[in-house]
Design a protein. Structure first.
Length: 112
């Protein structure tokens, strides 16, 4: 049994949200053997907090979230080069270009 923890940007209607750094909500999914076994949504408000305290503190906020949730993969529409670099340093795989239903996008990202 292989468990992967995936974070995905999510919008109010359950589809993939916009960019990672300006997400309002993040879904945290546990995926075991190709099936979602747990799904919860957290309001992170990164869209509102983006410009508070500068880029370093914003990235620290996102890093803390990823570590707290033991995230291994991130699914998002996009992420800027500095955020891509930050996730890479954490060993987190980034799947960009996602769109549509967030649950389907999470499963699709893990099969690529």
């Amino acid at each position: 049994m292989t468990r992967t923890v995936v974070a995905a940007t999510i919008s109010a209607d359950g589809s993939i949200g916009g960019g990672l750094g300006k997400a309002h909500w993040m879904a945290i999914a546990s995926v075991v053997d190709g099936a979602i076994t747990d799904w919860r949504v957290e309001e992170v408000r990164w869209d509102e907090l983006h410009d508070e305290g500068g880029e370093g503190s914003h990235h620290a906020r996102i890093v803390r979230f990823m570590r707290d949730h033991q995230v291994q993969d991130v699914v998002a529409a996009h992420a800027g080069p500095p955020m891509q670099n930050t996730l890479s340093k954490l060993g987190i795989r980034l799947h960009m270009g996602a769109a549509g239903d967030a649950r389907q996008a999470v499963l699709a990202a893990l099969t690529r």
